[in-house]
Every structure is written in structure tokens, then in C-alpha cells.
Design a protein around this ligand. Structure first.
Ligand code: ZN
Ligand code: ZN
Ligand code: FE
Length: 751
């Protein structure tokens, strides 16, 4: 990242001699010269280092005078203990862009232009230290001009490992249905034309392939939905200018900063006004996920698109098949051949696939919803030293894993849903890669209690005399990850509120609406939602109407058929008969899941009976509630009953009152909003009871349900008014991506 050139120039300026070198732990510097210049040197290291570099610590030691005449950059040292930061992929920098758009520059519109301040890093790395030999750029030999830049300490491309140009570097080509098109036109220009005309083009990016189409062409978007077999899930968009985004989305200054940041995540932005294409790109949503162009290739595509359309906008969705990992190799992407006609490929290999990251700004805080390109692998500093090197294998959905070494946590990239062999192989490859890069040899494996998770099976398979395994409860891991993120002491007792979809409980039932008295070592289940039946097991998660039916039948028995609501009118009586039989069978799992209660409400309101992507019903319920624009209504009622040492939350009244409002034709957005207020009330009420009992005023919120911005806003506003201090996630996602960090923290406490 231009650190050694910076050091070199600084040393020259201060008339110091010595050397700088990269070793697997970081950077070693030896300098000699006048005392005041040396002091100046050390303070400038911190103050003036390139903005993309991070200095964790500087250790200084005096050594005897060496015979040196000049300052030099020495060859990197390989092997030995490794512990360094992994450089991340970065947006093309302004200086490169200037050359890129300059007709007289030798890299005019070169899709792979880069320098020490920008370009690919993580995606092309095979090993550390980070040198060209250890990347996929090894295949290209620098031409004379490039080599001159590479070897000149005064040059911006001094030791820029992926340095390349038209003459010597990678090239793009456009493949049509698997055959090289071989036209005289520039393949990128041709791709832009095809996109404008409504074609779907697979485009090789930084961390993998995108499937792209013109976002404003509803026919093209429909075709893309067909190709991805994704009828409703919102697509990510890409634009090249913020002011165009501002014409259809609200963008505040923080969001603008986030859009323009060097990580260039997908940012969730509130839609200003909806139209044909917003409905199709993001059905039933109030937010669009948008990113700015971030590679030189994107800039060329947009330059050519602009010739046709003053305000170009692309759908840029990850190229993958349902539930499978992001594609990054040509042999994988060509499996789309029958459906996608055009492939814009390049001969620069991607070694490490990495999805786009997703973030949202809320009241000044950035919330990471998916930590991938630009944000991961991440290194988190712990305020203690781990008792052992540990691997935490994570959960199933939105899996990540984490490694602990010394006082650091290394979190993996976003792996995805660990439900099939392809994703599992990607997971294993990444574990091997990070273990090697950071030289971690875990003696302890922490895993989720769910016996069917592939991550669990992976850990248990490794169990032997020298490897110890520790099962960590899912929701406890959620709470511990949030405690860690907020610098709460591991032994500090907090009220943990964990709401998510489904997680395996320590009593072998399925949890998900939990109140804990917890620290990072232990927890006590202090309260939870009264368990309800998942009729049909897994199918109930895909078909929220089954949970809606469960509650109606439980409350109204056969008089439910007299209820004058759409939900009942739409029920398939035959299927309901089958469900009734399931009610009293031991095939029906019971759960306290809060996520499934959102699903049930969504279905009862007639919003979504069957989902096509995870959490769809709950998200659409939130979106409907967000459209409600009046004063905050009162919540519905519910009961809290003590049972042994726990509080049980009963929501039958909530369901009854929703049905009542539906029968009175109350506005659905108002009902959806009141539902959210009720969940907020439940949290406040139970926390107040627990505070009364234990005298604890710290509340830690975690779990996928808190991705719900409306609920999070309501809760974080209300709890402080009731005398609580509230802790939420920001850098670590609140969904299951955060589980592996929590597993590490708890495992360490147990050790
Ligand atoms: Zn650059
Ligand atoms: Zn060259
Ligand atoms: Fe979870």
C-alpha cells in the first residue's frame, strides 16, 4: 500500500541511511542519522503514513552503528512466523483515474490501471508477504516502461505489485455464448452497447463475476430475474455519480461519504419516489442497495453507456446459482451459457472470491449488513491475549468463521449459506488459506450446538487428542459478539436480548426470542417467547402462512373459519386439515423464534404467505410499517408470566388484536407499525422486570431481527428513557455473520 516508498522518501528527506523491509509480521526499519532527524522520522511515521495504511504499533530499539551509505528497500523475507494485515481490494484512485481519462496517457482507458494507492489486493493474493510473485499477476511480465515505474522510489507505482499496461498486462475479451467474438470493436465498448440494448452480460469484476443489465429496462431486469431464479429479492445497483443517485434516493452526508469511501460498499438508501423500474429491481422495498463504480472497468462501461443514456444505471448482482457461492472462474461462469449470451472476461485470475459488502447508515452510525469486499478478512484487536489459538466455525446461514491468535481475531470473508458441498468447499478453502497466511494452528475448535450444521460437523470431525472442541450456544454467541464489539468486559453481567430466526438451544429445542442474563462465560435464560409450533418443520420457515394458521387455530379453534379476514379466506382447507393433524404430533418442532413471529404477522396481514428469499416476509412487514406516517400508535397487548426462574412472553392477545383490527379494516401499514411498537414494548417491559430482579441496566441487542431498522430505532429510543444503557452492533453484523466472533470470545472464557 505504498508504505515502503513512503518510508524511503521520508528517510531521504531527513538524510537518514538504513533500510526497510517487509517480513511476515509487518515492516522492519533500520535508520541511522542525527538524533533529532531520527525523532522526526518516528513521529512522521505515525502522522504522515499513507491514508490506506494502518500502524498497529511501533517498537524502537537502539543498535550499534552500521556501515551504511544510503537508504534502501530490501527484498521481502519469507517464511517464519506470519502475522500481518491482509491488504484489501480498493477503489481506483483519483490520480489513476486522471491518467485513465487522459487520451495522451499510455494507460488511456486501460481496465487494469492501478498504483500503490489503489487496485486489487486480497482477490489476487496467494501468499504473504504481498509481492507480485505471490499473486495471480505472476503470470504477467512487466514491460520496460512498467518496470521503470516499479523500480523507481519516486514513482507512484514503486513496488505496485499489480502494475500493468496495455502492452504487458491482462486484457478483457467478450465471449458470446462460450465462443470468442473476435470483433474489431473494443470488447468493453461492445458490452456497454449490449447492456444498453437490454442484454444481460456476465462481467468479471474484482472479487468475482457480476450479472449485469440496464436497471431501467424492465424487460432486461425480468430476464435477469428469470436467469437467477430470483423472483423478488432486491438486486444491487451500480451508478457512477452520486448526484444521479440523489435524484431517486435520499442521500445524507454520511451516506454520501459511505458511497464514496474507498471500500465502496452497497449502501441501502431510502427511495424518494418509486417508478416502474424501482418496483422491479426491489419489489415491496423502501430502500435500494446501490454502489458506485469502483474498478477502472466499471468506469469504461459507464463512459460508453453515457453515450446512449445521460443517466446510466446498472443492476450488478453477484453471479451465482441459488444458494451457491459467488463465481470467480471462467469454467464456472460458462455454466450460465444457455441463459446468458455475453461474458466479459479477463485473463487476470481471481484467487480469492469476495462478494460486495452491504452497509447502512443510521443516526450517524454505520451498520455492516455484509462484510466482504473492502472490509474482510478483518483483524479485530482484543483487549486480552487468547489462551490458545482457536478456530470458531460459525453458524449455517450467512456463515463466517474466525481465528484467534495472540490478542487478535481474524474474521473471514462472507462465506454464505453453508448448506451445500460447493459452499462447504469454499469454506474449507478459506479456512486453509487464512490459517496459512496468518500461521494459525488452532488447538481448540468452537462450534454451534446445532448438530446438523456443516460447520458443526466440520469441527466435530477434527476432534482428536490434540484438538479440543467446545459447543457454544447460538444466541449466547450473538450476545458475546456484541459485548466484544462494545468493549464490555468479558465478566460483566448484562441483559442480553437476542431475537433471530432459528438457533439451537441448550435444551435441544429451537430458540430465537431470548432474554439472557449473560456475561461472556455463562448465560441464564431469563425470559423468552412462549414456544409455538412450526407446522411442517422447515417448511414453516418457507411458508409463513403455516405459522399464521398455527396461532389462529390455537386461539380460535374451529371458530377461526368465521373470521372475516383475507388470510382465512385464502386458506386451503385441505392443507389445513393436514396441519391440524401435525399439531398434536411429535413431528412438530416448537420454537420461541421472534423472526417467525414477524413472519406470522406478515402472513396474517396478507403481505407474504410463501417466501422466495430469507426473511422476505419480515422485511416486507417492516417496509409496510415504514410507510405509516402518523404519530406513533400504542402497541397491542401481551402477557408476561413468571414460570420458575423465567419470564414467559405470551403473544395470543397480540394476534387477537391484529385480527380484530383486520376485521375492522384498519389501515394495514398502521397495523404493521403497531406490531413493531408491541415488540419494542415487550423488550422494554421484560428488561424492566429483569432490572428489578438483578439491578442490571446494560442491555445488549443482537440477532438478525435487529437488522430491522424500524424496530432498532424504536428500541434504541425507548430503552434509554427507561434508564438503560443500550449496546448494538455496527462493525460486526448483527446477523449470523457475527456468530463466529462470539464463539471465539466465549471459548476463550471457558478455557
Ligand atoms: Zn491508483
Ligand atoms: Zn507494461
Ligand atoms: Fe442467529
Amino acid at each position: 500500500m505504498g508504505f515502503r516508498p513512503f518510508v524511503y522518501n521520508l528517510a531521504k528527506k531527513l538524510s537518514l541511511v538504513g533500510f526497510v523491509l517487509n517480513n511476515p509480521q509487518g515492516v522492519i526499519l533500520e535508520v541511522q542519522g542525527r538524533r533529532d532527524n531520527l525523532d522526526d522520522f518516528v513521529s512522521s511515521l505515525q502522522a504522515r503514513a499513507p491514508s490506506i495504511s494502518t500502524i498497529d504499533s511501533i517498537t524502537c530499539r537502539e543498535i550499534p552503528l552500521q556501515k551504511e551509505k544510503e537508504f534502501s528497500i530490501k527484498e521481502s523475507v519469507r517464511g517464519g512466523e506470519r502475522f500481518t494485515r491482509l491488504p484489501r481490494d480498493m477503489v481506483v484512485c483519483n490520480e489513476c483515474l486522471e491518467e485513465f481519462f487522459d487520451q495522451n496517457d499510455r494507460r488511456f482507458l486501460y481496465p487494469f490501471i492501478n498504483c500503490t494507492q489503489c487496485g486489487p489486493r486480497y482477490s489476487i493474493i496467494r501468499d504473504v508477504p504481498y509481492d507480485r510473485k505471490a499473486t495471480t499477476m505472476k503470470a504477467f511480465t512487466m514491460c520496460k516502461d512498467c518496470l521503470l515505474e516499479y523500480e523507481n522510489p519516486q514513482n507512484r507505482r514503486f513496488h505496485a505489485q499489480p502494475n500493468a499496461c496495455f502492452k504487458c498486462g491482462p486484457k478483457m475479451s467478450l465471449i458470446q455464448e462460450g465462443k470468442d467474438t473476435k470483433t474489431s470493436t473494443d470488447p468493453v465498448e461492445l458490452s456497454a452497447e449490449l447492456l444498453f440494448k437490454g442484454e444481460v452480460v456476465a462481467i468479471k469484476g474484482l472479487g468475482g463475476y457480476h450479472l449485469a443489465c440496464n436497471a431501467k429496462d424492465t424487460r432486461a431486469v425480468r430476464i435477469l430475474r428469470e436467469i437467477k431464479q430470483r423472483p423478488h429479492k432486491p438486486f444491487a445497483l451500480m451508478a457512477d455519480r452520486v448526484n444521479f443517485i440523489e435524484s431517486f434516493c435520499q442521500v445524507n452526508s454520511k451516506e454520501k461519504e459511505l458511497l464514496l469511501s474507498k471500500e465502496r460498499p452497497i449502501v441501502l438508501l431510502k427511495i424518494k419516489k418509486k417508478n416502474n423500474w424501482t418496483h422491479l429491481v426491489a419489489p415491496h422495498q423502501e430502500y435500494l442497495g446501490i454502489m458506485l463504480a469502483y474498478t477502472p472497468l466499471h468506469y469504461i462501461i459507464f463512459k460508453y453507456l453515457r453515450l446512449q443514456d445521460k443517466e446510466p444505471l446498472l443492476v450488478m448482482t453477484s453471479a451465482n446459482k441459488k444458494d451457491l457461492p459467488l463465481m470467480h472462474r471462467e469454467e464456472d461462469i460458462f455454466s450460465f451459457k444457455r441463459k446468458v449470451r455475453y461474458f466479459l472476461i479477463s485473463d487476470r485470475d481471481i484467487n480469492n472470491a469476495c462478494d460486495d459488502s452491504i452497509a447502512r447508515e443510521n443516526n450517524g452510525t454505520i451498520y455492516m449488513l455484509r462484510k466482504a469486499r473492502g472490509f474482510s478478512p478483518d483483524i479485530l484487536q482484543a483487549p486480552f491475549t487468547f489462551k490458545s489459538e482457536i478456530l470458531a466455525t460459525g453458524a449455517e446461514l450467512k456463515n463466517t468463521f474466525s481465528l484467534a491468535k495472540e490478542d487478535k481475531i481474524i474474521t473471514s470473508v462472507y462465506i454464505g449459506d453453508l448448506k451445500n458441498l460447493a459452499t462447504f468447499n469454499f469454506y474449507k478453502k478459506n479456512i486453509g488459506f487464512l490459517k496459512n497466511i496468518f500461521s494459525v494452528h488452532p488447538k481448540v475448535y468452537a462450534y454451534d450446538l446445532h448438530p446438523e450444521y456443516l460447520s458443526t460437523k466440520y469441527a466435530l470431525k477434527e476432534k482428536n487428542k490434540s484438538i479440543k472442541v467446545l459447543g457454544i450456544q447460538h444466541h449466547h454467541a450473538h450476545i458475546a459478539s456484541c459485548m466484544f464489539e462494545n468493549n464490555l468486559r468479558a465478566g460483566e453481567k448484562v441483559i442480553g436480548v437476542c431475537f433471530d430466526g432459528l438457533g439451537y438451544g441448550s435444551d435441544a429445542t429451537i430458540w430465537g426470542g431470548e432474554f439472557f442474563l449473560a456475561d461472556c462465560r455463562d448465560f441464564e435464560r431469563a425470559g423468552h417467547i412462549e414456544p409455538f409450533g412450526l407446522l411442517g418443520g422447515d417448511e414453516a420457515s418457507q411458508q409463513p402462512w403455516r405459522i399464521g394458521f398455527y396461532f389462529l387455530y390455537k386461539i380460535f379453534k374451529d371458530t377461526m373459519w368465521n373470521l372475516d379476514i383475507e388470510f382465512v379466506r385464502n386458506l386451503d382447507k385441505k392443507k389445513c386439515k393436514v396441519l391440524k393433524k401435525l399439531l398434536n404430533s411429535n413431528l412438530t418442532p416448537y420454537t420461541s423464534s421472534m423472526g417467525r413471529i414477524f413472519d406470522a404477522a406478515s402472513s396474517l396481514l396478507g403481505i407474504r404467505d410463501i417466501i422466495t428469499y430469507e426473511a422476505q416476509a419480515a422485511i416486507e412487514l417492516e417496509m409496510l410499517a415504514t410507510r405509516y406516517r402518523h404519530n406513533e400508535p400504542k402497541g397491542y397487548s401481551f402477557e408476561i408470566k413468571p414460570e420458575g426462574k423465567k419470564f414467559i412472553i405470551k403473544i395470543d392477545n397480540l394476534i387477537k388484536e391484529i385480527v380484530d383490527d383486520l376485521q375492522h379494516q384498519k389501515e394495514k401499514s398502521a397495523i404493521a407499525f403497531r406490531f413493531h411498537v408491541t415488540i419494542k414494548d415487550i423488550i422494554c417491559k421484560v428488561c424492566a422486570l429483569l432490572k428489578g430482579k438483578w439491578g442490571i441496566d446494560k442491555v445488549v441487542l443482537s440477532g438478525g431481527v435487529f437488522q430491522n431498522k424500524l424496530l432498532l430505532d424504536l428500541v434504541t429510543c425507548s430503552l434509554p428513557d427507561c434508564g438503560f444503557r443500550v449496546y448494538t452492533h455496527s462493525r460486526i453484523p448483527t446477523n449470523d455473520e457475527g456468530i463466529s466472533v462470539g464463539q471465539l470470545i466465549i471459548a476463550n472464557c471457558i478455557l
